[in-house]
Design a protein around this ligand. Structure first.
Ligand SMILES: Nc1ncnc2c1ncn2[C@@H]1O[C@H](COP(=O)(O)OP(=O)(O)O)[C@@H](O)[C@H]1O
Ligand SMILES: [Mg+2]
Length: 506
């Protein structure tokens, strides 16, 4: 395969932050080339330069022997390059079909858009994923995963030469991921070049021809993906050190959890959704929930914060029965919720980090009527340091941060008000191994200071390393529980989650 896309001595600085440092490698025509690297390694920056959204500070990109002279998206698009962003970028008020073909090429001879033809084409693409969605449906009636697929389809239909995918699977379920893999194989068979960023090494192993690893903006190497290339090897190249056995720093057996119950749910039920959910959270405990797609775990995660109503059941906070279960009761009582979708869950992407960190605490940060800018800045800087957020200044907008840094910012906002209970939904979805480890460490440090945590995660290693107990859901109910020490293994959890007879004893 000839070198099709050459990246030559590429550097990019954002103010004082160097995102790429003299990176050179090349991508062959028609290959699936994966980009792997920790949070902040420069992956998104690199493909934004290829898609013309950012211009390099130094170095160049050569496509098909021709150096790119002008870095702008329209230019890249005209050369058949299309990109799916890390953050969902869809037009929620438009139809599904219009999202797939936003600047539609289905013009009739008179210059009018040929709606029927466009919808037919859109439907054909939707059918590739077997989605029960019509092209005329409004985008905001779709689930996050479905919206993400539509964005991928827009890219697939626009990218005639090179398709750039930035962590496309973070919002997809297992079946959807499988479909995406099929589509990438199909693109490859059509000779289209795919650059694929994912933090999921298993996906990269499955789909890519070669893998390029970046670390802190520096090129580490490009490796042929064959059976000799192991996942552990890739991880150690990515983080720059050898790792022994496990990915995460597991929680020690130091028995912080106490007998004291801080939060309890009794007999939560909702018709056709979940039935008879009961559990209690102890002070200083990390209680996990695991369930496969459709198990009801996701519903429970929303119900216990009042984001979805139960038909029946009771909840107790420190022994007190709650009259109402909703954020406006829970937040003042010291119960915070950290969601997985950074865009829709409270992060003001276009306001400075300073404002994001201060809003929940405006009272404490004010003197009388007026906010005290000094106090605000001190507060924000304290959290940026404590949680190791890579950001040029407190005035930077979250939009410009990598996924891991956004998540750390969200985490800081939740913790800023000093909550006693934290409910977390997929704390590290879509972020890299290094940032994952850091977030786990923050959680465990807060536990030592008396925080109690409920964590919903689809990643078993994450639950195993964090939790004292994991409640496993299957078929819309609690199917069993595993405890740290005796039986917390992936096999046991999976057996229960699959609702199998072997997992029934509990
Ligand atoms: N627009 C921006 N302004 C300031 N810093 C940025 C911007 N975009 C990215 N960065 C910084 O550049 C570095 C690389 O980021 P990124 O390319 O998003 O990494 P990755 O995608 O590998 O996680 C990070 O330190 C990030 O915070
Ligand atoms: Mg990124």
């Amino acid at each position: 395969m000839a070198d099709f896309l050459e990246i030559q001595n590429l550097s990019k600085n954002y103010g004082i932050v160097p995102a790429l440092k003299n990176v050179s490698f090349s991508i062959s025509r028609g290959e699936v080339h994966a980009l792997l690297g920790e949070n902040g390694a420069g992956k998104s920056t690199l493909i934004k330069i290829i898609s013309g959204e950012e211009a390099p500070s130094a170095g160049s990109i050569v496509i098909n022997g021709e150096e790119v002279r002008e870095y702008n998206p329209a230019h890249a698009m005209a050369s058949g390059i299309a990109m799916v962003h890390q953050e969902l970028a869809v037009f929620e008020n438009m139809s599904v079909g219009d999202n797939i073909f936003p600047n539609t090429m289905f013009l009739s001879p008179g210059g009018f858009i040929n709606q029927r033809k466009a919808d037919r084409e859109a439907k054909a693409l939707i059918d590739l994923f077997g989605m029960a969605v019509s092209p005329r449906q409004k985008m905001d009636s779709l689930t996050m995963g479905q919206q993400q697929i539509i964005e991928i389809l827009r890219c697939v239909s626009a990218g005639k030469e090179i398709i750039l995918l930035d962590e496309p699977t973070s919002g997809l379920n297992r079946e959807e991921v499988g479909k995406l893999m099929e589509i990438i194989r199909r693109l490859k068979s059509q000779g289209i070049t795919v650059v694929y960023i994912s933090h999921r090494i298993d996906e990269i192993k499955e789909i890519s021809d070669r893998v390029t690893v970046l670390r802190d903006g520096v090129y580490v190497g490009t490796y042929v993906n064959d059976e000799l290339l192991t996942e552990m090897e890739l991880i150690s190249r990515m983080v720059g050190r050898e790792l022994s056995g496990t990915l995460y720093s597991a929680r020690g057996e130091d028995g912080i959890a106490t007998e004291e119950v801080v939060f309890e749910v009794r007999n939560f039920s909702k018709k056709n959704s979940v039935s008879d959910i009961s559990f209690s959270l102890h002070k200083g405990e990390v209680l996990g929930f695991f369930g496969l797609e459709g198990s009801g775990a996701n519903t429970v995660s929303r119900m216990i914060y009042g984001l979805e109503a139960a038909d029946s059941g009771e909840a107790f906070l420190k022994g007190q029965k709650l009259k109402k279960l909703s954020p406006d009761v829970l937040v003042p009582a010291g119960v915070m919720y950290l969601n997985n979708n950074r865009k829709n869950a409270g992060l003001l992407l276009n306001s400075p980090a300073l404002d994001n960190l201060s809003i929940p605490l405006l009272k404490q940060l004010s003197d009388g009527l007026f906010v005290n800018r000094g106090k605000m800045t001190n507060h924000a800087e304290k959290y940026i340091n404590e949680f190791n957020i890579v950001i040029p200044s407190v005035y930077q907008m979250p939009r410009n941060l990598s996924g891991g840094n956004q998540q750390k910012l969200m985490f800081s906002i939740c913790i800023g008000s000093g909550p006693e209970i934290l409910i977390i939904n997929e704390p590290t979805r879509g972020i890299s191994v290094g940032a994952k480890g850091e977030i786990h460490r923050f959680i465990l440090e807060l536990i030592k200071k008396g925080l109690s945590v409920i964590v919903f995660s689809s990643e078993m290693p994450e639950l195993i390393s964090l939790c004292d107990r994991v409640i496993v859901m299957a078929k819309n109910r609690v199917f069993g529980e595993v405890r740290k020490g005796d039986d917390m293994t992936q096999e046991k959890i999976m057996a229960k989650a699959a609702g199998s007879v072997a997992g029934e004893a509990s």
